[in-house]
Write a protein that binds this ligand. Sequence first.
Ligand SMILES: Nc1ncnc2c1ncn2[C@@H]1O[C@H](COP(=O)(O)OP(=O)(O)OP(=O)(O)O)[C@@H](O)[C@H]1O
Length: 306
Amino acid sequence: MTTTTTPADTTAPGAGRDTVLDASGVTMRFGGLTAVRDVGLHVRAGEILGLIGPNGAGKTTFFNCLTGLYTPTEGVVRYRGTVLPHRSHLVTQAGIARTFQNIRLFANMTVLENVLVGRHTRTSEGLFSALLRGPRFRRAERESEDRAMDLLRFTGLQDKREHLARNLPYGEQRKLEIARALASEPGLLLLDEPTAGMTAGETTATRELVLAIRQQGTAVLVIEHDMRFIFNLCDRVAVLVQGEKLIEGTPETVQNDERVIAAYLGTPFEGEPGEAEAAEVRAAEAHVHDETQVHDETHPREGDED
Ligand SMILES: Nc1ncnc2c1ncn2[C@@H]1O[C@H](COP(=O)(O)OP(=O)(O)OP(=O)(O)O)[C@@H](O)[C@H]1O
C-alpha cells in the first residue's frame, strides 16, 4: 500500500493556528472496498468533536488512519502542524492517545500497572538505567507512580489501584482505558465508543469525565452511537456515511440536517418523547378512532341490522 501525499497535501477547511489535528484527503481502501474516501477533518485546541455515522461508515477505520494503525491509501494527517508517521507508538509520542471500541487492557495487571504502561512514551529511562535501578531510575519511577495516582484520582479509580484490571466492573474498565491513554499526556484524545454497554449513570459520569479532560487542556475526538451523549457533549459534530463526510457543524445544525436524518438519525433527534408529544399522539389516535366510528355508522357493514 502506498501513501500519496501530493494531491491532498493541503489543510482541512477551517483549520487554523489553534488546530491540533488536521487530517486532509484521507482515503483508506481495502482491496476493492473504499472504507474512507477523501475525508478532511480538523480539531481545534480545547474542542470536543463528535464523529458519528451508521455502522460500517468508516469511523473506526478513519481513527486507525489518524493513529498510525493503518497507513492511509491517500491523504495527510498532521498534529500541531507536523505530518504524523504511520507508527502508532510514534503517534502517541507526538501527542495523540486513544481508546478502543473493544476494551484493550492488560487483564492480569493491576489498575496502577496499566496506567504505568501508558506512561512509557513519556519516560526517558533506558534499559541500562532500568536494569541497574540507579537513583535516576528510582526517581523517574516515583514520578511516574505519582502521575499515575493523580490520573487514578482524576478518573475515580484510586481505591482500585491494586485490583486486577480484569476484576473491574465494565464501566471502570472503560475509565481505566481512558486513564491509561491520558498517562501519555496527550494533546488530543480519541475515544472510540466510550459509552458502549454503559448504564445511564455510567454514561453521565463519562460525559463529566470528558468535560474535565477538556478542562485540563486536552482536545477530544469521540466516536459514539449514543446521540444524546454526542449532541449534549460536543462543540461540533461530523457525520460519515459510506466512508464520506456528509456534513460537519454544530450539534444543532447536524441534528436538523435532512440528509443526516435520512441517512442516520431516522427521525429528528428530540430525546425521549415528552408529555406534550405523548398527548399529541393520544389526540391523533382518538381522532382516528372517531373517524372510524363515523365511517362505520354512515356505511354499515354487510349484515349489520338497521
Ligand atoms: N481491516 C479491514 N479489512 C477489510 N475491510 C475492513 C477492515 N476494517 C474495516 N473494514 C470495512 O470497512 C468498512 C468501515 O468499517 P468501520 O469499522 O471503519 O466502520 P464504523 O463506522 O467504525 O462501524 P461501527 O459503527 O459498526 O463500528 C466496513 O465495510 C468494514 O467491513
